[in-house]
Design a protein around this ligand. Structure first.
Ligand SMILES: [Zn+2]
Length: 266
């Protein structure tokens, strides 16, 4: 028994000494513009008028706060187990395609925040067409993710000084987009903060309605939670959201993400 254990320890030491060295993270440039959305379309819940509902577009950008260290043998073992779990989820999630499309093969998410809610701050605004009811639409969007089982909670009473997530407004984006999320994470893939920017008018100048704000916010909250785009137009995380609610795949993807250890999978 002792001899077997000794052999194992020696093997680990040998493996650690001779395994290929991973590229140091800190020599890599920070990640920018993870994804960029093009022209989107959100179908109306119930078309009230003949005029089509403004097509919200969304995007997410990321900035990584990198330091970086050499992965240990056990890190590599854990990563391979994580990759196995993602592979075995097959097409029931889009975590695999998310990673395949990413530049850094990094899983990003918040730590479990069920007892210590993530502090959310709603910036005040004078943007034209802003309506107070937009705020409840956004809170509903946050709630749809937490109701699905994501192990995070939100405290909407934060102020600008202690916020981890800021929701702010602009009248319009210059490009085809109605929302944007900028996420910051550390070298372990733990998301530290996010800024969600929403437009009160769509790119064609049509005023956004509460229902559209909820859909765009739901997509942006998905980015804020660490999701990237899905290739399936029936998912809310399709680049140009075509549906108005979370799909089973959205839910399974985020739930799997929050069961896995974040960080690099290289
Ligand atoms: Zn997006």
């Amino acid at each position: 028994m002792i001899a077997a254990a000794t052999v194992l320890i020696v093997l680990f030491i040998l493996w650690d000494a001779f395994r290929p060295k991973a590229r140091p993270l800190d020599s890599e440039p920070p990640v920018v513009a993870r994804v960029a959305d093009s022209a989107p379309a959100v179908p109306p819940t119930a078309p009230p008028v003949a005029q089509p509902v403004p097509p919200p577009t969304t995007t997410s950008q990321g900035t990584s706060v990198t330091a970086g260290r050499e992965p240990t043998y056990f890190d590599l073992l854990a990563r391979s187990e994580t990759r196995r779990r993602i592979r075995s989820s097959g097409t029931t999630t889009y975590l695999g395609e998310m990673l395949a499309q990413s530049d850094d093969s990094m899983l990003r998410r918040w730590e479990n925040r069920t007892t210590n809610p993530i502090r959310v701050y709603f910036a005040s605004t004078y943007a034209a067409n802003f309506k107070p009811e937009f705020l409840s639409a956004i809170k509903t969007a946050f709630g749809q993710w937490t109701n699905a089982g994501v192990p995070v909670r939100f405290d909407f009473g934060a102020d600008s000084s202690n916020a981890e997530v800021t929701v702010k407004w602009r009248i319009q984006f210059e490009i085809e987009r109605t929302g944007q999320t900028d996420v910051t994470w550390d070298e372990n893939g733990n998301i530290q903060s996010a800024v969600i920017t929403l437009a009160t008018f769509d790119p064609k100048g049509r005023p956004m309605e509460s229902g559209d704000i909820r859909v765009v916010a739901m997509h942006e909250v998905g980015h804020m939670l660490g999701l990237d785009h899905s290739k399936d137009s029936t998912d809310i995380m399709f680049p140009t959201a075509k549906v108005r609610d979370l799909s089973d795949r959205d839910v399974r993807t985020v739930m799997l993400l929050y069961q896995l250890t974040p960080g690099s999978l290289r």
